[in-house]
Design a binder for this molecule. Structure first.
Ligand SMILES: NC(=O)C1=CN([C@@H]2O[C@H](COP(=O)(O)OP(=O)(O)OC[C@H]3O[C@@H](n4cnc5c(N)ncnc54)[C@H](OP(=O)(O)O)[C@@H]3O)[C@@H](O)[C@H]2O)C=CC1
Ligand SMILES: CC(=O)N[C@@H](CCC(=O)OP(=O)(O)O)C(=O)O
Length: 343
């Protein structure tokens, strides 16, 4: 059994981690933290977990967390910076769902996150936890940075085109839409029903913090620095991201369908749909899948890829558990086999 701690267990990604971990046959959630709800039972706050455990929230305490084999950070940026080194020293591995260790250049991180980097000495060993790209490094990692939700959907969509240098890397466009749970459970005006429902808007058009993260990964895939226009949008649904990606083909004779099918043939968490399909967010709701379809409208030189994920599963907690499985020698999809709920 892998003994697990979750820091930030009252947030949306934290409680999603617990929903998945409590059904995982080889994981034992042992420590769950919340500063605001310390002393309360987990299932009193989240009745969907009633009957699954007797866990009680406690203050984040490195001594208690250090008794775990692995600790997930489902916390705002900066929290893992402050606690990761101590846990690693105690022999506890760390899987961070925040952006603290995703960007390799501390100065770039500080620019986009507008705060000092709290643990630059750990950046060298942090592994970017996108199994479809870094599966070889994850099993030995002590510290995994789980990719962001938009970066997961966008990167998996562009990867085959850039790895095989099939498109102009200087003219990439990602038009992405997220459900409101992407903004977290904390109280904020933009997430109120009267603000977010019956509405559809772009945000972060001038620059979003996921842009440098996406570019860092795509640069490695393309072996050059691409240029990407990335525009996120907020849609009035709870879960899900749909990213529509555009790229100009360098080789028009290429069979894009077979490029995608070949690239993801052995990937258990990426499903390339048949030619002509339209991925929809409800087809991945609650699952750890990224579903993709590739099109070339009118047979012209623009490739259009549509990529969908559940932001809380493949975009966060499910992908974090996929990493845990690899780190502890478990089957990669253990505990992640759920089928989407429809309708
Ligand atoms: N929502 C999403 O779709 C995704 C989120 N992420 C990332 O995952 C992380 C968590 O997101 P999300 O679950 O949405 O966030 P929430 O705002 O829903 O939850 C944050 C959690 O962190 C705890 N927390 C806040 N501040 C501290 C602190 N200083 N020390 C310890 N615990 C703290 C909170 O509990 P308390 O204050 O009681 O301690 C709460 O449990 C973020 O970094 C987010 O960017 C990544 C991918 C997708
Ligand atoms: C809808 C919404 O607000 N989404 C969030 C992104 C989700 C998230 O939490 O970002 P990380 O994956 O980097 O942690 C945003 O745009 O900031």
């Amino acid at each position: 059994m892998v003994r697990v701690g979750v820091v930030g267990a009252t947030g949306y990604t934290g409680v999603e981690l617990l929903r998945l971990l409590l059904a995982h046959p080889e994981a034992e959630p042992a420590v769950v933290t919340s500063r605001g709800n310390a002393g309360e039972r987990l299932d009193a706050l989240f009745p969907n977990l009633r009957g699954q455990c007797d866990l009680v929230f406690q203050e984040p305490d490195p001594a208690a967390l250090g008794e775990c084999d692995v600790v997930f950070f489902a916390t705002p940026h900066g929290v893992a910076h402050a606690m990761a080194a101590e846990l690693l020293k105690r022999g506890t591995r760390v899987i961070d769902l925040s952006a603290d260790f995703r960007i390799k250049d501390a100065q770039v991180w500080e620019h986009w996150y507008n705060q000092p980097h709290g643990a630059p000495e750990l950046l060298g060993e942090a592994v970017y936890g996108l199994p479809e790209l870094n599966r070889a490094q994850i099993p030995e990692a002590r510290l995994v940075a789980v990719p962001g939700c938009y970066p997961t959907a966008v990167t998996l969509g562009f990867l085959p085109l850039l790895e095989q240098q099939l498109v102009d890397p200087l003219r990439l466009v990602a038009d992405a839409k997220s459900g409101v749970s992407g903004a977290g459970r904390k109280a904020q005006v933009g997430s109120l029903l009267c603000e977010a429902s019956e509405n559809f808007k772009a945000y972060g058009v001038a620059g979003h913090r996921h842009l440098p993260e996406i570019l860092q990964t795509l640069s490695l895939a393309a072996r050059s620095v691409p240029q990407l226009t990335f525009v996120p949008h907020l849609v009035p649904m709870i879960r899900g991201i749909l990213a529509t990606l555009y790229a100009t083909l360098a080789h028009v004779e290429v069979d894009l369908q077979s490029v995608y099918e070949q690239r993801y043939r052995d990937e258990p968490c990426v499903d390339v749909l048949p030619a002509g399909s339209q991925p929809e967010t409800r087809s991945v709701r609650g699952t750890n899948l990224c579903r993709l379809a590739v099109h070339r409208p009118g047979g012209a030189d623009t490739a259009v890829v549509v990529s969908v994920i559940d932001n809380l599963v493949k975009g966060a907690s499910g992908q974090a558990i996929q990493n845990m499985n690899l780190m502890f020698g478990l089957p990669e999809t253990r505990g992640l086999e759920a089928i989407a709920v429809l309708p």
